[in-house]
Design a protein around this ligand. Structure first.
Ligand code: ADP
Ligand code: MG
Length: 314
């Protein structure tokens, strides 16, 4: 396993005795050269999990491992420097994640400069990586506002890739982009994965896109995993009632099937992640809820065909 978490938790203390359980005990393995898709509605804790995993948040409890090495609970400046060579993040919003006052050269080369790479080498590598992501050398002296959303996301990809990391957390890298450029960015990430043997945690809220790019898919609800398995199996034969609803409410990008689809949204409000109670977190919205679900928290257990489901029905 390249990356592994064991009951990883990240809680935010909100004051007045209120604690928000953003990530509430996630155990997940990601194999070398695997793309693991992490899906779930907005607010389920996907970004917090990614950030906690690579040290951008301190861990509340639980462990994370990189190549078998236990990662520190709280990263020091040195840990950030060291592990940023291995693990990088591509952020959701290509508008706010790039400093508007920095040139493309400065943005993309920042990680190299932090590592003390001489300017001349850094410039050469920026030129190389701008080419790899479909931009060009002339773009180096420009500022983020001069680029389209898709181009900015390419700048963000170049910034992460230039470090030549093994593992990248891609946090909804395409959701802010026009549909026409989404596929281009996906293809670019896929090409980089193939040619460089990258391992990706690919976060998204829409399942159909994740299914295309991912080897396996993990479904998150209110800080916990409800289902994990091979991407196509989870998509076409979802077992957990939440995954079933998520798949049904997720329109296929194909317009022909789209027309025939009966739209169905998931009923009920998302339960608050603040001061969570015992029992299944999906109980209040679950069409198959049983008495037991309100008192006993279901564990994520293995079922045949390498699927894991956290539901008392399995
Ligand atoms: N820095 C923070 N302080 C307090 N609450 C936070 C913070 N970051 C995220 N949260 C909360 O944690 C929960 C999960 O958020 P997030 O990880 O962004 O979800 P997702 O990426 O799945 O949309 C949400 O309820 C969000 O409001
Ligand atoms: Mg997010």
């Amino acid at each position: 396993m390249l990356v592994k978490t064991d009951s990883l938790k990240k809680h935010f203390y909100l004051g007045r005795g209120q604690t928000l359980h953003a990530v509430d005990g996630i155990s997940l393995n990601i194999a070398e050269n695997e793309i693991l898709g992490l899906v779930g509605e907005s607010g389920s804790g996907k970004s917090t999990f990614g950030k906690t995993l690579i040290g951008l948040h301190d861990k509340t409890s639980g462990d994370a491992f990189y190549q078998g090495e236990l990662l520190p609970k709280r990263f020091s400046a040195n840990d950030h420097l060291r592990f940023s060579r291995e693990m990088q993040m591509i952020f959701q919003d290509p508008y706010s994640s790039l400093n508007p006052r920095m040139t493309v050269l400065d943005i993309v080369s920042e990680g190299l400069r932090m590592q003390g790479i001489p300017d001349k080498d850094a410039i050469e590598r920026v030129a190389h990586w701008l080419g790899r992501v479909g931009l060009n050398v002339d773009h180096m002296s420009r500022y983020p506002h001069e680029f389209s959303g898709g181009q900015r996301q390419r700048i963000g990809i170049a910034r992460a890739m230039i470090i030549e990391p093994n593992f990248i957390v891609c946090d909804e890298p395409i959701s802010a982009l026009d549909v026409s450029v989404q596929a281009q960015v996906i293809n670019l990430l896929d090409e980089l994965k193939q040619s460089l043997g990258l391992t990706l945690l690919f976060i998204a809220h829409d399942l159909s896109m994740v299914r295309y790019v991912s080897d396996r898919m993990a479904v998150m609800y209110l800080g916990s995993l409800v289902e994990v398995g091979p991407a196509n199996e989870v998509f076409f034969e979802p077992k957990h009632p939440y995954t079933q609803l998520l798949v049904e409410s997720n329109p296929e990008p194909d317009p022909a099937t789209e027309r025939e689809r009966i739209y169905r949204t998931i009923d009920g409000e998302v339960t608050s992640p603040v001061n969570v109670r015992h029992g299944c977190r999906f109980a209040d919205r679950c069409p198959k809820v049983m008495d037991r679900c309100r008192v006993e928290t279901p564990e994520l257990i293995a079922t045949p065909n390498s699927r894991q489901v956290a539901c008392h029905l399995f």
